[in-house]
Design a binder for this molecule. Sequence first.
Ligand SMILES: [Zn+2]
Length: 429
Amino acid sequence: MRPRTKRERLVAELSSKLPEITEAQIRWGKKHCFPHNAYRCKDEMWCSECGKMWVDVTGQKEGYIKCPYCGERLEMKVSRKAKDNAVSYLTVVTTSGDFQVLRHFYTARYARKERDTHYFIDEVCQQWITSDNKEIVIAKAMNMGCRGWIHTTDMSLKQSGNIYYPHSYDIDGYVYPKVKVLPILRRNGLRTSFHGVTPAVLMRALLGENKYAEMLIKTRQYGMLEFYMRRGGLSHPWAVNICNRNGYIIKDGSMYDDYLRLLDYFHLDTHNAHYVCPKNLKKEHDKLVEKKRKIEAKIRAEQKRKERIERMFRMKQDILSFIKRIQPFLGMEIKDKGIVIRPLESVTQFYLEGKAMHHCVYQNEYYRRKDCLILTAQKNGKRLETIEVNLKTFKIIQSRAACNKTSDYHDKIIELVNRNMGLIRRSAS
Ligand SMILES: [Zn+2]
């Protein structure tokens, strides 16, 4: 995009006058943007800072160790890896004209065992923010899918995100400690630390985008600030005021929010400093969590008990109404050439039939169906098929062997039942 407005032209001009990254900034970035590790594989160690390898027979596997070559303090890691590439961002916070400027430097470290370590540092993005909270972005191009910068391009004016993903250039880099901020941001509480919040996000919040950011930063409720910026809202803003009046600092924002919701759950007064400013937040929080867990468990058990009773009641009803319905068919038998066909005479028999035949005659509660007579066909005590007859139409609906297949006697069974449909009809009437 070419600069079109007066402001954009001004930003383009000011941007070209920004100084190059300094040696001190690069040094700071190398030190703070990357982990510093010593990788151990058996007795061999190598340093992610200088790539040099040495032998260490102490067997120490964790903690810190000093590199004998470059003197860097390293965290020990047991790993067979022979290369260690790391990418990070260094953010320089400065001002230019009436603009707040965030300069984001892409920083990469390429470390190999027994090779020199290389660094790559490239400025890829600048966010220019005005005191009336407008933003102009100058950045390098990204490749498709916004997964990487095209470092060979020059920085140019960019649209800052779209409606689906606004502020897509908010980079959460390691902030170089020499921070310069606009007077209005300073007035609203910003000093040198961003308290775990992405710099651009906190700046916009302090320029009026988020209601409580200024109050939280000025009252040093940094734990709550970080949580608030992440969540985007405070469920009990008055509680923070009570904390501030009582000189109570919230360290863990998310645990504190959780705690306030628990107070609500137990109808405890969130306007009362006694509850709102607990001496030991974790202890009180855990106590309430446990109490809530017990109550919920009781409620669940009670619910289960009720369900069990309901189930028993329904089962009794089913058995009673089934007994009534099966009464006219009790003792009925259709026999021919060793095949015996009888109705299932109890709910238990439905269960046994379903279990033996691996079908759903019991699970699907055929015994509850009014116009349905279920028969079992057996030979020498062995179950052949289960037959469903409709008592309105007196037609066979289905006849199934084990696993819903058909047996060798299928046609014979159908013929037998149809031949005796008169008997069933007479019993039913
Ligand atoms: Zn080293």
